[in-house]
Design a binder for this molecule. Structure first.
Ligand code: ADP
Length: 235
């Protein structure tokens, strides 16, 4: 479970996150939507303990900055940050050892899923952008985290990887994990979200639950465009 309570983040005098609160339960896929500059990456970085902020963020009830919480988080950043001179296999081995993961097969299973097994000996700097993104995905999952956070995960992936990633979202959900996906591309998340938070100007402008029993509610698409453009999108 991920709980974000009253998080405010300023870059000098600029308010990038203004009293942001939301939560995602176990077994739920939460999406964070919003146009560029809405403050999505800022809250994602705060959740991952990469920024100073005011407010509270808890991972399964534990402060996100503790080592215990960090063990439970998997983070796929928007821009992959691989080591130039470590091979693909070494990246995964590094993470495996850092997290003291006993299961040595998991890394290969992940590499196979994302069609990287034949790239095991390639160095970070020898990989295409899409391959780097896939290695970054594998690194975020090798320690079997219970809360997995994806920042713009589809950007730069090939169709096979997008299909695998969507399958992975539903598997994580079925395993009772907590998933948070940040994106500005609303059509990429249509199939599998449970709760959507729409950000605008550093704030959560609306929260919508999928499978809502109220059929009069606006669709996610309508709500998104109403908030971000001030009007309902024409059909
Ligand atoms: P999003 O991910 O929704 O596109 P960001 O969280 O990256 O939005 O950015 C929110 C706002 O904060 C933007 O106006 C951006 O220019 C600003 N911002 C982001 N990072 C910094 C930074 N390191 N220093 C100053 N301003 C920043």
């Amino acid at each position: 479970m991920l709980t974000v309570t009253n998080v405010t983040k300023k870059y000098k005098n600029f308010l990038a996150n203004d009293n942001v609160s939301f939560s995602i339960n176990d077994g739920e896929v939460g999406v964070l939507l919003g146009p560029n500059g809405a403050g999505k990456s800022t809250i994602i970085k705060s959740i991952n303990g990469l920024l100073r902020y005011s407010g509270t963020i808890e991972i399964n009830g534990i402060d996100n900055r503790s080592i215990e919480a960090k063990r439970q988080i998997g983070y796929v950043p928007e821009i992959p940050a691989l080591y130039d001179t470590l091979t693909v296999a070494e990246h995964l081995e590094f993470i495996r050892r850092a997290y003291k993961v006993e299961d040595v097969k998991r890394a290969d299973e992940l590499l196979e899923r994302f069609e990287l097994l034949d790239k095991k000996k390639k160095m970070g700097k020898e990989l295409s952008k899409g391959m780097q993104q896939k290695v970054s995905l594998c690194c975020a999952l090798v320690h079997d985290p219970s809360v997995v956070i994806f920042d713009e995960p589809m950007v730069g992936l090939d169709p096979h990887a997008i299909k695998e990633l969507k399958l992975l979202f539903s598997e994580l959900k079925a395993e009772g994990k907590t998933v948070l996906i940040s994106t500005h591309m609303i059509d990429t998340v249509e199939d599998y979200w449970d709760v959507a938070n729409i950000m605008m100007g550093g704030r959560i402008a609306a929260t919508k639950h999928n499978h809502s029993e109220n059929s009069d509610e606006k669709s996610l698409d309508e709500l998104f465009f109403e908030i971000t453009e001030g009007t309902t999108k024409e059909a």
